[in-house]
Write a protein that binds this ligand. Structure first.
Ligand SMILES: NC(=O)c1ccc[n+]([C@@H]2O[C@H](COP(=O)([O-])OP(=O)(O)OC[C@H]3O[C@@H](n4cnc5c(N)ncnc54)[C@H](OP(=O)(O)O)[C@@H]3O)[C@@H](O)[C@H]2O)c1
Length: 266
């Protein structure tokens, strides 16, 4: 049995690492001995986290201030990683900071959200998954939202972007599994993060009392990484709940159709 670092290390890159679930992933991975590449826009919290991880766990940390909504974000991620052997890519940044219905938000803000959640996700997976496939091991985690399962008022563009990530991640899972690379869509419900708290405050809403903790979410995601393509927070693998179809049902569907397609090609 390979341990976590042998399977997904030695370097993990966490995009959206400065706080909340991203920082929780980084802390858990550092405790497992991973060296870390930490990305967000704000430099100060990234530097503080990197210092903490070096001090507490003796791991190497590299930080980069990169705006993931920019067209060159994936190129900058690759440049930051350099020659380092990145075996785990966690794309965590992705919340909707707008808190508005589609027409009440500025089109530019929706474009920014789609650029980060869709275009950069796709580009980063293309850039980082290639070496993983060649090496025959690795992991990719796309941090998603229950919003991926259907449109809802107030989050139309956000839900659409998360639906893209879900379906994209399912396909990647099926394509990369034979090469030893695990892909997981970690689908979250309400989670206690600074970004979530800030949004609720800005909208004048009370902060919900039923939130998951960032650390619990990170622990679940890392534990379920080998069992993709989906892990729904709060639901067992065979429970549909808010997702409609369970993770197990969606997995079985992918495998069934992939087998039928392979049969046609043979
Ligand atoms: N919190 C919830 O209740 C909840 C519910 C369902 C799903 N989720 C999902 O969980 C993930 C984390 O959410 P969150 O609440 O922590 O909020 P978030 O806004 O996704 O923030 C998480 C991290 O991403 C960074 N970030 C945000 N936009 C960025 C950008 N354009 N470029 C680079 N870094 C960026 C933030 O740091 P900087 O500000 O320094 O850049 C922060 O470190 C998201 O994918 C979200 O969709 C959250």
């Amino acid at each position: 049995m390979m341990n976590m670092r042998e399977r997904y290390g030695p370097w993990a890159l966490v995009a959206g690492a400065s706080e909340g679930t991203g920082a929780a992933f980084a802390r858990r991975l550092a405790a497992e001995g991973f060296d870390l590449i930490l990305i967000a826009r704000r430099e100060a919290p990234l530097r503080d986290l990197a210092d903490e991880l070096r001090r507490n766990h003796g791991v190497a940390c590299v930080t980069g201030s990169i705006d993931l909504s920019q067209a060159d974000a994936a190129d900058r991620m690759i440049a930051l990683a350099g020659e380092r052997d990145v075996g785990l890519l966690i794309l965590n940044a992705g919340a909707d900071p707008n808190g508005a219905s589609f027409l009440d938000g500025a089109l530019a803000d929706w474009e920014t959200l789609i650029a980060r959640n869709v275009m950069t996700t796709m580009r980063a997976c293309h850039r980082f998954a290639g070496p993983m496939r060649a090496r025959g091991r690795g992991g990719i985690m796309l941090v998603g939202s229950g919003a991926c399962y259907g449109g809802l008022p107030g989050i139309s563009a956000y839900a659409g972007s998360k639906a893209f990530d879900l379906v994209f991640g399912e396909g990647l899972w099926a394509e990369l599994k034979p090469f030893g690379v695990d892909v997981l869509n970690l689908i979250l419900g309400r989670t206690d993060t600074p970004a979530h708290r800030e949004l609720m405050e800005r909208m004048g809403r009370p902060f919900p009392t039923d939130c998951a903790s960032a650390d619990d979410v990170a622990a679940l995601g890392l534990a379920r990484l080998p069992h993709g393509p989906i892990c729904n927070w709060g639901l067992a693998d065979d429970e549909g709940g808010y997702a409609g179809a369970s993770a197990a049902t969606r997995r079985a569907r992918i495998l069934q159709i992939a087998a039928a397609m392979a049969g046609q090609e043979a």
